[in-house]
Design a protein around this ligand. Structure first.
Ligand code: ASN
Length: 302
């Protein structure tokens, strides 16, 4: 490794350390409790896009490596009202996604959930968290940012909001990159159509087919930062959504047991730490944001 590449890695890892420190400080101040991540479970996020399952034999029973902690977050809210986890996720994306520069097959998301929250409250948490983290980095990592050649602007709140429909009209289908390149500050995409998202994002009771969810998109072409939304939590609605998505209900029988007993209403999101580090440091691709990166399809990394 050349000395400039090594210096870049040192700077990136310092910035990421500051990111995690500031994020935890912010969330503690907002009344959140950190829970430890779940790595193995018979149930995990089914995800709407194609990934290969990471299945392992747990004493002879098929368990999944966590794709996101969404289902466990909902169940955890029966115990605590505001939670987050620094959650390792394994999503074996198709190998051709590697060239996009923003996918890792193993990554970490800071995944949070709030009991009885509505989307607006959770959007405010997302904005507060990002502004707090960026401010801390500008304050504590100025030498690292200077060496990385990165000038960071602290975005003004509230961030712009664009509906999925508007984004598609302005930038075409699969608008993520074009939208991100057009932005000079982070912006929310809200109101995704039911068909493009997972069963747990809540459908607006007033507008059939429209979800009360959101993505945050970074500016300058860095793409998606986080996704989340309000959640379905009643048995009748959860079962209907599983059926509409043709998800095998048997696979989720343990989850459905908790839903039948009663899950609280909630909203939350997960923000990818490597993508955040890539954006903050202005890196070419997400692979440069961590040690031991697992790039989709590339075998050999430890
Ligand atoms: N963590 C996301 C959420 O809370 C879900 C995901 O990563 N697919 O909505």
């Amino acid at each position: 490794m050349s000395s400039s590449t090594k210096q870049q890695l040192v700077d990136v890892l310092r910035v990421k350390d500051e990111t995690m420190h500031a994020a935890r400080e912010y969330l503690r101040g907002e009344g959140f409790t950190e829970i430890l991540p779940v790595i193995l479970s018979p149930i995990t996020d089914p995800l709407h896009h194609d990934t290969f399952d990471g299945t392992v034999s747990f004493y002879g029973s098929p368990y999944q490596l966590t794709k996101s902690m969404i289902l466990h977050k909902q169940i955890a809210l029966r115990t605590l009202p505001r939670i987050y986890s620094v959650s390792p996720n394994v999503r074996m994306e198709p190998a051709e996604r590697a060239s996009l520069g923003r996918y890792l097959a193993e990554f970490v998301q800071l995944d949070l959930e709030v009991r009885d929250a509505l989307r607006d409250e959770i959007i405010a948490v997302g904005e507060g968290l990002l502004v707090y983290v960026l401010t801390a980095i500008v304050e504590h990592c100025s030498a690292e940012l200077a060496r990385l050649g990165r000038e960071l602007a602290i975005p003004e709140t509230p961030f712009e909001r664009i509906t999925f429909q508007d984004a598609e009209e302005r930038f075409g289908k699969g608008f993520d990159d074009a939208l991100s390149e057009s932005l000079s500050a982070p912006a929310w995409v809200i109101d995704f159509p039911r068909m493009v998202r997972e069963f747990y994002d809540r459908e607006d009771p007033q507008r059939a087919g429209v979800l009360l969810d959101m993505d945050l998109v970074y500016p300058e072409g860095y793409g998606e930062a986080l996704s989340g939304g309000e959640r379905e939590h009643t048995l009748q609605r959860v079962v209907r959504r599983l059926e509409q998505d043709a998800v095998d209900k048997e696979r989720f029988s343990q989850y459905l047991g908790f839903v039948a007993e009663g899950l609280p209403a909630s909203a939350g999101f997960g923000i990818g730490i490597e993508r955040l580090t890539r954006f903050v440091c202005g890196l070419e691709n997400v692979e440069q944001s961590r040690l031991f990166p697992k790039v989709p399809g590339r075998i050999g990394a430890i």
